[in-house]
Each structure stands twice: as C-alpha cells, then as structure tokens.
Design a protein around this ligand. Structure first.
Ligand code: ATP
Length: 441
C-alpha cells in the first residue's frame, strides 16, 4: 500500500535532502545565505551522474558536438554586446510598509504586499547580474560580472573552435557550469537560487535550416527526460507566446514540470536567430561569419539553444522518485532513482556485525564490487532492516547480504531489490553482470 506522497512533498524532500546528505543550506552554520545551496556527498554524486549522462547523450555519442569549459568571469564587453548589461532584468516592487521586495510578474495581486497587505511602490527594472571587480582597483573600469548563463562562454569561443577544429555547419558547442543570477526572490529550494548549474548547447545552423534543428533538439530533450526517469505525464511543453519571448529569441518552447509548488519551467529550447554571433561580431570587431564551401555562401550562423538547469533537474528527479509505502509497523520511504543516476549503486552488508568470518567475506565482496562500479557502500551498523531503510532513503537499487550460506555452502549472496523488496540468491559474478546490464554499461 502507498500513502499520499504528495502531502507536504516539498517539506519531505527538503528534510530528506538535509538528513541524508544530499543538499544543505549554503553557509549553514552562519544561518545560511539566501539563494545558495551546498551539495553533500549523495547530492554531489547524483549531480555527477546526471552531468555525465548529459555529456554522453548531448556530446560524446554525437559526431557534431564539441564540449568547452569556459571562464565564469568574462570581459564585460561580452555582456554589453549580448544585451545583458542593459536588459537582463526583472521587474522589482518594494512594499512601502514592510520593505519586502518582490518580482512584480510573479504576484497575483500586483497592488498589495502579499506579506503585510501594504502598498507596493512603482515597478523598477532590477539587473540580475552579480557585479564584481577584477584586479586591485575598484573603479568603474574594473567592473565585470559573474556569468548569468553559460551560453556567453560558448559564443566568445565560436571563432576559436572554428580556427582549431574546423567543424562544418551544422555543429554545436556544449558546456556544463555555474551561472549566477541575483534573483529578487530565490525560493522553492534549489528551483530558484542565485548560484546554479546549467547544461547548455549552442547549435549553429544555416539560417534556412533552423526549423529542422529545432525539432531534432526538441526530440532529444524529450528523450533526455525519459532517460533520467521523469514521468512523461509530468513534463509539458509550452510554446512561449510572441510577446513573452526573450530579446534574442524568435521561438522558444519551455519544458515545464509538475513540481509540488506548481507547473514551472524545467528547461528551455530557444531559437536565438543570428543575434548572438552578430552582436559579438559588432561588439568585438571580429568577423564571425561562416563560408559554406558547399553552397559557396557566406552567412552568420543561426543558433538553436537547448538550455537545461541541473538543479531543477535534481529537484524534478527527486519529486518523481520519492515513494512512500505503508507497512504494518511503519512507512517505508525510498527514492526510486533509475540505477544510472543513483548515487550509490550497491550496498554490501554482513548479516551479523560480530561474526568475523561474515565481515571478512562481506568486505571481500564489497571490494570486488567497488572495483567494478565505484559507487558501492559497506554497512554493518544496526540491524539489516535499518540498513535497508537507510539505503532506500538514498535510492540504492541493490542491497547485498553476506550470510552463513555464503561462506559455508559457497551459495552466493542475497540481493534485495529496492523497489519490490524481493530477495534473490546469486553469485557475485551473476550480480556484476545483472548490475552492468541494468546500468547499460
Ligand atoms: P525563470 O523564468 O524560471 O526565471 P528563465 O526563463 O529566466 O527561468 P533561462 O534563462 O531560460 O531561465 O535559463 C535556462 C535554464 O536555467 C532554466 O530552464 C532553468 O533550468 C535554469 N535556471 C534559470 N534560472 C535559475 C535559477 N535561478 N535557479 C536554478 N535554475 C535556474
């Protein structure tokens, strides 16, 4: 039997994340810093698994993609050219009475303060880029910004990629990295923070080919949602109306997800026209046009951009994986992660802690599995039931117990499945091939 997991789902997830070492409030011991989060051991592992899977699907397995890892601090002229210095802002309103600040476009009633019902002041545009200064002087000439999206680092390297790798259009660049936005109202756990991670592609095409490429990437993104285990009935495509498009976009689809706090943007897919290369060409004075050998034409490539937030991915994956199962004595909580992204793949237990032969054999099995899969844990703390519960809560797909039959009859180990609770006896070699099969490796 399952309970209604949706009741207070966000509270349950935030609490599990802290209790089990997935995500902590940033600078926790100092009372935190709004809009920042620190990933603990399982959160970091989950992040890496998702990043690696993304890199494999969006870069390594394709012939037309080139990965980069660009600097976070860039020449401010790049952000002037891209329109971020003048236009990367959100509408800010401040309450006359309590002084609280809000994003005007997110308020249902734009006349009253949602906290104290006081009068809201006039709307001002608030630029979301974090300013910093480079070098020892702190005058206007040293001001630059932390990147608000990873895209900029790719556009400024378009020419370097052309000159060093010589790819033919269509081709794309990809990057995973941090982005910073001084959000007016960070909220909903890691959904809206001030420092977050993006996984982005800038795909350069011939101007007449943009629609084909857009459709191809739309399919890739849907496939990706399945690959990480999102329930497809929770993912929705929203064609962004013309009036709401960003300054650089001619068409955008938002991929929205049914979070516990509502249907909200998970990813974006944008057709950015030739806006970026044209603007950076004008801003830098460097020619960024492309000569097409086949058609003997010169043009500025157009761009399709699949933009995926890693932190919003993690929250979506957590929401869909969270399960509660009511038993006679308690509620079993488990995270039904796809094995590919699970932070720990296998946990190994000796049946009893105080039997040396069992512990020794369990350690041997643990070492063999660890060599094979890396993300393997050893646990001999408390009774087996408690060990299962701990692994369930971090989403470990398989728990392996070494018992007396393992050592006395050479009868293999028992393997317990996280989702069904079913136990099967198998040899360590059979287990390795079963797990490899499930991981697709
Ligand atoms: P929103 O409308 O929710 O503010 P956005 O449209 O400004 O988002 P984009 O500029 O399209 O977001 O950024 C691309 C992706 O980066 C988003 O789809 C999301 O996954 C992620 N992202 C953007 N802002 C944040 C944030 N403050 N915290 C976490 N992830 C974010």
């Amino acid at each position: 039997m399952t309970t209604d997991k949706n009741e207070n789902l966000m509270e349950k997830i935030v609490s599990l994340c802290k209790r089990r070492g997935f995500v902590f409030q940033g600078s926790d011991i100092y009372g935190g810093l709004a809009g920042t989060w620190d990933y603990g051991p399982y959160g970091a592992e989950l992040s890496n698994n998702i990043k690696n899977l993304w890199w494999k699907m969006f870069v390594s397995l394709r012939e037309d993609m080139y990965g980069v890892d660009a600097a976070i601090i860039m020449n401010p002229k790049a952000w002037e050219a891209s329109g971020h210095v003048s236009g990367f802002s959100d509408p800010l309103v401040v309450c006359d009475k309590c002084g609280h600040r809000f994003r005007e476009d997110q308020l249902d009633d734009k006349t009253k303060c949602p906290d104290c019902e006081g009068k809201l002041g006039a709307v001002k545009q608030f630029n979301m880029m974090f300013k910093t200064s480079v070098g020892a002087s702190e005058d206007e000439s040293s001001v630059t910004y932390l990147r608000p999206e990873t895209a900029g680092g790719m556009f400024v390297n378009y020419k370097n990629i052309q000159d060093s790798i010589h790819p033919k259009i269509p081709f794309g660049m990809a990057q995973i990295g941090k982005a910073f936005r001084n959000e007016i109202a960070p909220r909903d756990f890691v959904f809206r923070s001030r420092e977050f991670r993006q996984m982005e592609v800038e795909y350069f095409v011939k101007p007449t080919e943009w629609e084909t490429a857009f459709e191809e990437w739309r399919q890739v993104m849907l496939e990706w949602c399945k690959e990480i285990g999102l329930d497809s009935s929770h993912v929705h495509e929203l064609e962004v109306p013309e009036g709401d498009l960003a300054h650089y976009s001619k068409r955008t689809i938002d991929f929205e997800f049914d979070y516990p706090f509502g249907r909200k943007e998970l990813y974006g897919l944008a057709y950015r026209t030739d806006f970026d290369l044209r603007s950076h060409s004008a801003g830098s004075g460097v020619d960024l046009s492309y000569f097409d050998e086949e058609s003997k034409e010169r043009y500025t490539p157009h761009v399709i951009e699949p933009s995926l937030g890693l932190d919003r991915t993690i929250l979506a994956v957590m929401c869909d994986a969270y399960r509660e199962e009511q038993n006679t004595e308690d509620t079993r909580v488990y995270l039904a992660f796809k094995p590919k992204i699970a932070p720990v793949k296998i946990a190994v237990f000796p049946l009893l802690k105080n039997k040396e032969a069992l512990v020794e054999k369990a350690r041997e099995v643990y070492k063999t599995l660890k060599k094979e899969f890396g993300a393997v844990m050893f646990d001999d703390n408390g009774n087996i039931g408690k060990r299962y519960r701990r692994q369930d809560e971090i989403g470990t797909p398989w728990c392996v117990t070494v018992d007396f039959e393992t050592i006395e009859k050479d009868a293999g180990v028992t393997v317990r499945d996280r989702d069904t609770g079913e136990q099967k006896r198998m040899s360590v070699l059979e287990l390795i091939s079963h797990v490899k099969n499930e991981l697709g490796s």
